[in-house]
Design a binder for this molecule. Structure first.
Ligand code: MRU
Length: 364
C-alpha cells in the first residue's frame, strides 16, 4: 500500500542484506519511523513491545528472527532455544508458532553451514506468501461486499471493523481491510466504522491512518458505539481479522470482537472473519483453550497521545493505585460468525467449511 504516494510494506529486507526494516507501529499515527532489526533478540523485542503487531506480521518477523538466529549459531540446540524465545514473545497469535516451526522444519535436515541462507530464503517466502494470501482474501471478500452493496441498492455500504487487521498487521493489503480496499478500488460505495479498540487504540491509531492514506471513507467511533449503530440500521456488515482460528471455526481476535459479534447476531447483520490459513490452529477442536494474552495494567490506566503543541505524552486516566485487568483477546464462537474469508474462498465457520477449503491441512 502507499504512504504519501510511496509504495510500502510493513516489513522488508534492508538494502545491505544483513537486516530487516519495519515501520515502528508504536509511533503511528503521530510519527512515521523505520526501525532496523538485525538480531534474533531485536526481532523478539520488536514483537514483544509491539513495534510490530498483528498476527501475520508477527509470524513473518519471527521467521526473520529465526534467520538471524541461524546466522548467529546454526546448531540444533541454539536454533531450538531461539525458537522457544521467539514463541514466548506473544502467546495468542498462532502465526508466531507456525512461522517459527516452518523455518525449523526447513533447517533441521540441512548442514549447519547451509542453514543461514536457507532460513533467510524461507522467511522471504513466508512474507511473499502472506502478500499473496492477503490479496486473495481481498478478492474473495470484495465479492461478498459487492453482493451486499447490490442488495443495499447503491447506498454506501456501512462496514464496521475492530482493531487493525490492515496492511500494517500483515505484510501488505491486510486481512479484514483487504476486501474493503479491493471493493473500494473496484468502485463500490462504502464507509467504514472504525472501533477505536481500547486499550491500545489500534483502530484509532492504525486503521484510521491506513484508511485515510488510501482515501476510504471512514468514521472513528468509541468501542461501545457499535451496538447502538447496529440497532439504528447504520451497520450493514462487520469484518474482523483473527489471531487464531480453531478447527471448528471459533475465532480469537482483539478483545471486544465477541461483543460486536453478539450485537451483529442480535441485529441480523452479517459478521465475517477474514484470515489466512496460517492463522488456523488445526490442533484445536474449539477456541476454548486458546491462550489469551494478559497485558499490563498500565495500558488500561494510562493513555498516550499528542498534545496540542505536538508533544507525544502519556497521561494517567484512573485513580492512583486502582487495579486494572487487561485481557487482550477474546473468542467469538463459530455460531456467531456468518462466514470465514480465506485465501481459498469463503465458507461457513464450521469444521466442514474449513476442511472443504483446506483438505491438505485439516488432517484426519
Ligand atoms: O494486539 P495486536 O495489535 O497484535 O492485535 C491484532 C489483532 O487483533 C488483529 O485483528 C489480528 O491480528 C488479525 S490481523 C490481520
Amino acid at each position: 500500500m502507499k504512504v504519501d504516494g510511496v509504495p510500502r510494506r510493513s516489513i522488508w529486507p534492508a538494502a545491505d542484506g544483513g537486516a530487516i526494516e519495519v515501520i515502528d507501529q508504536t509511533r503511528l499515527p503521530h510519527a512515521f519511523e523505520i526501525r532496523r532489526l538485525a538480531t534474533c533478540e531485536d526481532a523478539g523485542h520488536a514483537i514483544a513491545t509491539m513495534v510490530v503487531r498483528g498476527a501475520p506480521l508477527i509470524g513473518v518477523t519471527a521467521a526473520y528472527g529465526m534467520a538471524f538466529a541461524a546466522a548467529e549459531n546454526a546448531s540444533d540446540a541454539a536454533l531450538e532455544a531461539a525458537a522457544l524465545r521467539l514463541k514466548a514473545a506473544r502467546p495468542t497469535a498462532v502465526n508466531l508458532r507456525w512461522a517459527v516451526d516452518r523455518v525449523l522444519t526447513r533447517l533441521r535436515p540441512l548442514y549447519e553451514r547451509d542453514r543461514p541462507s536457507a532460513a533467510w530464503q524461507e522467511a522471504g517466502r513466508i512474507a511473499e506468501e502472506d502478500v499473496g494470501f492477503c490479496a486473495a482474501i481481498g478478492a474473495h471478500g470484495a465479492a461478498v461486499i459487492r453482493k451486499l452493496a447490490e442488495a443495499a441498492g447503491g447506498a454506501p455500504l456501512n462496514i464496521l471493523t475492530h482493531c487493525n487487521a490492515g496492511w500494517l498487521a500483515a505484510v501488505d493489503w491486510g486481512t479484514a481491510l483487504a476486501p474493503i480496499y479491493a471493493a473500494h478500488d473496484q468502485g463500490v460505495a462504502l464507509h467504514v466504522w472504525v472501533d477505536e479498540t481500547r486499550p491500545r487504540n489500534q483502530g484509532a491509531a492504525l486503521t484510521a491512518w491506513e484508511l485515510k492514506s488510501h482515501g476510504v471513507p471512514h468514521t472513528l467511533i468509541v468501542d461501545n458505539a457499535g451496538g447502538h449503530l447496529m440497532q439504528q440500521g447504520q451497520v450493514d456488515m462487520v469484518i474482523v481479522g483473527s489471531d487464531r482460528t480453531a478447527a471448528n471455526g471459533d475465532v480469537c481476535n482483539k478483545i471486544g470482537t465477541y461483543l460486536k459479534a453478539l450485537a451483529a447476531h442480535d441485529n441480523d447483520i452479517p459478521f465475517y472473519a477474514a484470515l489466512p490459513s496460517s492463522t488456523i490452529d488445526w490442533t484445536l477442536a474449539s477456541g476454548a483453550t486458546i491462550p489469551i494474552e494478559d497485558r499490563s495494567e498500565d495500558e488500561v490506566a494510562w493513555m498516550s497521545g499528542r498534545t496540542a503543541d505536538g508533544r507525544i505524552e502519556r497521561v494517567r486516566i484512573a485513580p492512583e493505585g486502582v487495579r486494572a485487568a487487561n485481557p487482550a483477546f477474546d473468542v467469538t464462537p463459530a455460531r456467531l460468525v456468518t462466514g470465514i474469508i480465506t485465501e481459498r474462498g469463503v465458507r461457513p465457520a464450521t469444521r466442514d467449511g474449513l476442511r472443504e477449503l483446506f483438505p491438505d491441512m485439516a488432517g484426519g
